[in-house]
Design a binder for this molecule. Structure first.
Ligand code: AMP
Length: 307
């Protein structure tokens, strides 16, 4: 079985959307990536850090999804990373209210020995120095390295972020962040500039408006499934990244054509994530539900025009 190594935050989130508010619930980029990638036939492990305030039941949930958590360090007396966000009425934009790095501030990641030869490395959102350190520890060159990041790290660790970006094959980033990183308004120009920074493939996520994949002069677009109810977009980007990297790891094919399918798998899984608060929907989601919606995705985008 192929191996996927996931790096990212395992966190507490407090979320407010027009539909309600949560206290501290399970969150974090690596959590969403792991839950999403668990829908594929592969072995996966998370490298992250939490404090001893982090409930065992959350760790048990990850283990129950066959995710290896031996790379999640538990810091005695430490506090878990905490993030709080407020969504606006259109649910496409949000304000970060709080980011408390806590134990993440001095985290030195340790890749489990049996994942130093992982086939795919998914560098989820967290400090770019941690992302780089994980790449440094790999003993075999991964077939594909995917990186996700956000404006927070562009604001507070840009030089380190640019260093790690040089070392990855694929970057997934949302539209506003692509504009911030490149200084270009046009997403086509932004993607071209970002490719010059290192990644040969650039995925730009546009929330409910889908996602774009750029490679050289080629472009592919996948819509987001139009949903009746969107409750909480938190984690949609990470769930997308988990579906994308999980599918690539399972299929062992890193061509542009296969990446198109990976984008569809990522978008499909993300469409479930937003239906309930936090990780709730992903926790109970079944493979049968995923397969049915994949069919809907296909019908949504298929048409018959002779050219
Ligand atoms: P997304 O909605 O896909 O952008 O991801 C939201 C998740 O990212 C939440 O569960 C947060 O815990 C986590 N998160 C928020 N800010 C950061 C940050 N600066 N670094 C790493 N993870 C973060």
């Amino acid at each position: 079985m192929n191996k996927l190594l996931i790096v990212g935050t395992v966190a507490f989130d407090a979320i407010e959307t027009p539909f309600g508010k949560t206290d501290k619930i399970l969150g974090g980029a690596a959590t969403y990536i792991g839950l999403s990638a668990s829908f594929f036939n592969l072995q996966s492990a998370i490298v992250s850090v939490v404090g001893d305030d982090f409930p065992q039941e959350h760790l048990d949930l990850l283990t129950s999804k066959n995710i290896d958590i031996s790379g999640i360090e538990i810091v005695k007396g430490g506090k878990t990373f905490f993030w709080s966000g407020l969504y606006h009425n259109d649910l496409n934009s949000r304000d970060t209210l709080v980011t408390e790095l806590n134990v993440l501030a001095d985290f030195q990641p340790k890749v489990p020995q049996n994942y130093k030869d992982a086939d795919v490395v998914m560098l989820g959102n967290l400090h770019p120095l941690v992302q780089s350190s994980v790449l440094d520890q790999m003993e075999k060159k991964p077939k594909l390295v995917v990186l996700d990041t956000m404006n927070f790290w562009m604001d507070c660790a840009l030089p380190e972020l640019l260093e790690v970006i040089k070392r990855v094959d694929v970057i997934t980033i949302n539209d506003e962040e692509a504009r911030q990183l490149s200084g270009e308004y046009s997403l086509v120009k932004a993607a071209n500039k970002i490719q010059e920074l290192g990644p040969k493939y650039v995925v730009i996520k546009k929330g409910e408006h889908g996602a774009l994949l750029f490679h050289n002069r080629e472009v592919f677009f996948a819509p987001a499934l139009p949903l009746e109810d969107v409750f909480d977009p938190t984690g949609a980007g990470d769930t997308f990244a988990g579906g994308f990297s999980g599918f690539i790891a399972q299929s062992e094919n890193i061509s542009f054509g296969n990446m198109k399918n990976a984008i569809i798998y990522g978008s499909n899984l993300a469409s479930f994530c937003v239906e309930k608060f936090g990780t709730e929907r992903m926790e109970t989601l079944s493979k049968a539900e995923v397969a049915i919606r994949l069919q809907q995705f296909k019908s949504l985008t298929q048409f018959d025009i002779e050219i």
